[in-house]
Design a protein around this ligand. Sequence first.
Ligand code: GSH
Length: 215
Amino acid sequence: MTEVEIIGAPQSPFVRAARMACVEKGAAYRLTPARPHSPEVDCIHPFGKIPVMRYGDFELCESKAIATFVDRAFPGPKLFPEDAKLGAKVEQWVSITNTAIVPAVIPYFGAYFFPKTPDGQPDRPAIERVLPDVRARIDVLNKAVANTDCLAGNGFTYADMSILPVLAYLRDLPESGALVAEARDLTRYFDEHSQRESFKATVPPPFSELRASAS
Ligand SMILES: N[C@@H](CCC(=O)N[C@@H](CS)C(=O)NCC(=O)O)C(=O)O
């Protein structure tokens, strides 16, 4: 049977979301670890971003496109519901995650995982600078799940798969972890969905391994 090949570093939240989509659909897949801008990525993504995907001779890039393909190509629960309103809500939240949440939290993650400090310690000035933005995103997400089990209605969809890998990092880092802990609804949301097999089966190795492989 043809396997989906997800190519990218497992630490990337986008790679994890694509892998979660495969697990949720029950689609056989394998992960080929690769960094952004490596030859195996550059030959599929015009800007060298991860994840990219191969299925037989079919190649694809961009995490949402990959999840959409997996959703349509395999049986199993819909990651993007057919219902017009629910489907649109999934698109809405994936878009918000990709355009307003990830860009705001990436500098915070970078200050911990790829600090440009002389001793390699977390970049405190950068952390303090971006914290208000991080706090605002956590507030938005807390409100979004206040009266619902999932981001788009009560069913688990690709909207949730997009945000959970980001939330996992926010939970793990000190300042954002404290903010998430105060955000009761978001904590309930995370605690519930982090029990899913797709989440547990895609826990990434630490970022330090990615740094070590680059040096
Ligand atoms: N819109 C892309 C974003 C993917 C993305 O930005 N991946 C990061 C790793 S988390 C990357 O490849 N960064 C390298 C770069 O932007 O040059 C997707 O959804 O797949």
